[in-house]
Design a protein around this ligand. Sequence first.
Ligand code: 5GP
Ligand code: ZN
Length: 119
Amino acid sequence: MAGEPQADCLFCKIVTGEVPATVVRETDTTVAFRDINPQAPTHVLIIPKVHYPDAASLAEAEPAVAADVLREAARIARDEKITEQGYRVVFNTGSGAGQTVFHTHAHVLGGRGLQWPPG
Ligand code: 5GP
Ligand code: ZN
């Protein structure tokens, strides 16, 4: 069934706790944890507990959960005190754009100057 956990998915294992992570927030539908290879002073990943390969497929199938992910991004920014200086929310989509884990995740990046356009 769509959204079901996938046995071979790293982020599904973080949802269940089978793979440990530094969790900073959790809701009924999402988990947020620090990226293992941070690219900025704040680098938090927000994932839905349901499994979809990317943001587009999540938004199509479960738009309310996609909204939850976006709402959590703002809350992470608030907790990390980067709302005023600004932060970036990124959904890498497809391997050509740097996506390496095919379970929807938002990167929340901040705490330093962020160049535009990104590389
Ligand atoms: P992507 O490249 O797919 O947009 O992002 C995947 C992110 O997951 C990368 O930034 C990578 O550092 C992070 N990551 C990969 N494996 C783990 C892990 O086991 N734990 C945590 N916390 N982050 C991970
Ligand atoms: Zn998954």
